[in-house]
Design a protein around this ligand. Sequence first.
Ligand code: ZN
Ligand code: ZN
Length: 280
Amino acid sequence: MTGEPALRLAAFFAVFAAVALWEGLAPRRALRLPRPARWSANLGLAASSTLLLRLLFPAAAVGAASVAAERGWGVLAWLELPTWAGAAIAVVVLDLAIYFQHVVFHAIPVLWRVHQVHHADLDFDVTTGVRFHPIEAVLSMLFKLAVVAALGAPVLGVLVFEVLLNATSMFEHGNVRLPAGADRILRWLLVTPDMHRVHHSTRPAETNRNFGFCLSWWDRLLGTYRAQPRAGHDEMTIGLAHLQQTGTQNLGWLLRLPLRASSGSYSLGARDDQDRPDPH
Ligand SMILES: [Zn+2]
Ligand SMILES: [Zn+2]
């Protein structure tokens, strides 16, 4: 599909600009770090991941979908559903698959080393939503290719999912103020910024909640949902407890972080002693 990279890039810039503007007009929290250095590190990491993916997988997941369609691979091909129904199912199943992938990135220490680059951000804003280490981007793409082939996901479904995943990731990391009523309603369908911010808390009992990316259903159905952070959105600490030094997180530091000796000390099994039932 020749227009796919251009379409995805246009969607990225449009959503990025919209969320960044919203952050400027109605921010949720005061940022701890100055924007220029943090943004150049986060966006530099995102650009590195995107370039590596284009180099290794020029046709991306959409390419895998067209190969699967040509060869009649996958469960959806056997069911012979109309394209729109197949595409809708593919979007939902891919979102569930990414939920499980996210849990696995927390559960396995060597994968957590890589994924903690996302969590080490000391602030939470639109650029956190694209801050993923190139190794995580490559592993995630390999997993998506496998799911797309096994599912026989239609090209349309994969394209919609890729654009949606990128857009919702920037939205749910937005440092934006959403009225409580709107958050509550939207949260029945989508992961909202307040819902995902819980996942960026330094408290392990909160880091290991709200793994969903697009639909909020999986956390609710699978018992990993937490409505609010214990300390509240203004008082909670963002990031990882062992990486709270400011001024160190440039692009080189982010790329090297998975190799640091102290990186693998935490995984899904970690508990914090103040973990009590959620009062909400
Ligand atoms: Zn995570
Ligand atoms: Zn996140």
